[in-house]
Design a protein around this ligand. Structure first.
Ligand code: LIP
Length: 253
């Protein structure tokens, strides 16, 4: 696979993402859950182009039905816009997230934020990169100095009752927390050391697939909240951090 070509293809979605009219053409999927014309247009554009490059790879993507998933097949796992609510609010923290799943593993991942012109990518066993430069997790030793990114689980507001007390406990023992509202970018921000860890309840495969490889290749640890390997083709609650603080953070969940 020519990964350079795939990254170029992902970059070419910028013209669609910057279309303000499509970004503000919104349909409500569920409680606090939106889709814009940009999400659909990016997905359909990439579907068409990826089919030409790799007709044998199945597309698993946010804005479609994904049934009868077979772990032995190969998949492109795509979130056309991770951070859709941000896009609608012009918050400029939205990204295209694309991963290649083969033989039960993610072997390539790219996350592209067209607003900051930042491209995070990784190829399995070959390291993680931001705009072509090698990246690494922070390795900060002191938990009290760490910044942790949080996912607030906005589609299931009833979870706030038990989730927010966890946030409070983490907040009290660290320097501070962040909430970007893009899981893909939270994973990449952990990979670059901008934050030291991140956790979010019940993410979808397209939210975390690409970022999971990027953070692993940058020296981070990623598991579900029970410390198990992440499943990739299923929803999972995700915990990611530097090796230094992983056990400490996991103890809160
Ligand atoms: C979003 C995530 C975000 C999470 C939202 C949602 P979307 O993805 O990246 O971190 O809190 O629940 O899953 O829906 O914007 O692609």
């Amino acid at each position: 696979m020519n990964y350079e070509k795939i990254i170029e293809l992902v970059h070419s979605t910028k013209k669609i993402i910057m279309d303000q009219e499509m970004a503000h053409d919104v349909t409500i999927k569920g409680a606090a859950d939106y889709v814009t014309k940009v999400d659909v247009a990016v997905q359909e554009y990439l579907r068409h182009e990826l089919e030409k490059i790799s007709p044998e790879v199945i597309l698993l993507a946010e804005e479609q039905e994904n049934n009868n998933l077979d772990k032995t097949k190969s998949y492109w796992i795509l979130d056309p816009i991770d951070g859709t609510t941000n896009l609608i609010h012009d918050y400029q923290m939205s990204a295209v997230s694309l991963a290649l799943y083969v033989d039960g593993k993610i072997i390539f991942g790219v996350v592209y934020n067209p607003f900051t012109e930042e491209t995070f990518h990784a190829v399995r066993t070959q390291g993680a990169f931001l705009n072509g430069r090698s990246i690494h997790v922070s390795h900060r030793e002191s938990f009290a100095d760490c910044i942790i990114s949080l996912g607030s689980c906005p589609y299931e507001k009833d979870k706030a009752k038990w989730l927010f007390p966890i946030f409070e406990k983490v907040f009290m023992e660290t320097a501070d927390f962040r909430r970007s509202a893009s899981a893909a970018l939270d994973l990449c921000y952990t990979a670059t050391g901008r934050v030291d860890g991140y956790f979010e309840y019940n993410l979808k495969p397209w939210d975390y697939a690409a970022g999971s490889l990027i953070v692993k290749e940058a020296g981070g640890i990623i598991t579900d909240w029970n410390g198990r390997e992440v499943p990739y083709l299923e929803n999972a609650s995700i915990l990611v951090s530097t090796p230094e603080i992983y056990e400490k953070l996991k103890a809160f969940l």
